[in-house]
Design a protein around this ligand. Sequence first.
Ligand code: FAD
Length: 364
Amino acid sequence: MQVDYVIIGSGLTGAVIARLLVDAGRSVVVVERRGHVGGNIHDQVHPCGIRYHTYGPHYFRTSDEEVWALVNRFAEFYPFEAVVKCYIDGVYENWPIAASYIRQTVGLHWEPEFRGKPSNFEEAALSMMPRVIYEKFVKPYNEKQWGVPPCQLAADLCRRFDVREDDDPRLTPQAKYQGLPLHGYTAMIEAMLADIPVVLHCDWLKYRHSFLASKMYIFTGPIDELFGYRYGRLKYRAQRRELEYLSDVPWRQPVVQVNYPQHASGPQLRTIEWKHLLPSHYAQRIQGTLITRETPFTPEDPNQYEYPFPDEENRRLYERYRELAEKTPNLLVCGRLGEYRYYDMDHAIGRAMALARQLLRSSC
Ligand SMILES: Cc1cc2nc3c(=O)[nH]c(=O)nc-3n(C[C@H](O)[C@H](O)[C@H](O)COP(=O)(O)OP(=O)(O)OC[C@H]3O[C@@H](n4cnc5c(N)ncnc54)[C@H](O)[C@@H]3O)c2cc1C
């Protein structure tokens, strides 16, 4: 098969690039090794009628008008704003941490523990809060999530949370648009790829000679795997997921996501109750509830890669692979696995749009 572009991976990155290239009159084939499109935003409906996300909960939010317009071209969204709680000492507390909780715990005039320029994640977190709060909410959560002491992690990981002066319980109140696709993310990606050839169950690394691109190969899989782990393996963390249908209770937890930072809660890190994601009139009609328990682990199988490991050693290793990719003709490596970077969905879409435009401008 010969086309202008062979796109490897049907996740958000591959699907958005494919769509924009085809809209501009280019020919494209998408090759996907899983049995479904959508990559890590894939979702499905359980026999009890509740939709769940196969690879962990995905809350859509963006302040980018173009990104919002693009997703609305392929899906109707209903409003949804995630609220997350932390189960601490037997009580559901706000996450991100409410300043009122800090005041109750350490007094009205609390000070962060660390001053100066943080050199690692622990110092960065301590520059936001007193030690006792860090040790309840942040330290054990990150020990479970990453499997190493937080002082071994990069400081900029702290950008993913804050202390809420106004106690706002919503996870991302700053985003202009928040919602979920009415018929799910998979249907959204299927609509995006509707008139584009997609080959499922096909690992491009094994069958690459069957697909010829006259202009470019766009690879959205793991960059270390692409080069046969030549310089060694990039480290990832992932979650083991246990899905359970509880037929005899209407609800199990107060919000969609509960985090279990404390080691006393065992190795589980989060529980997700999917019914909270449904429009409320629909949720009320459903018998029972569906939950997922997530427990972190270090994956060996590239199909299970989820979170790039946030430390200096892996960042340097990734840079070596990036240089190799840049020297390889007719190849663009991108997406969360190709760039070894945690992208929220809206950032992945924005990046894919920018890359597609770049390709069209340079007409390669
Ligand atoms: C646990 C978790 C929770 C998240 N929650 C949120 C959230 O709440 N909100 C949010 O905005 N973002 C969230 N994200 C981020 C979101 O998942 C990513 O932005 C998005 O999946 C990126 O899409 P992608 O196409 O770059 O990668 P992927 O979705 O990983 O797509 C890559 C595709 O390439 C395929 N592939 C790889 N190698 C090959 C090969 N050799 N041959 C053929 N196919 C191949 C893979 O099978 C996969 O389908 C979350 C991420 C994780 C890990």
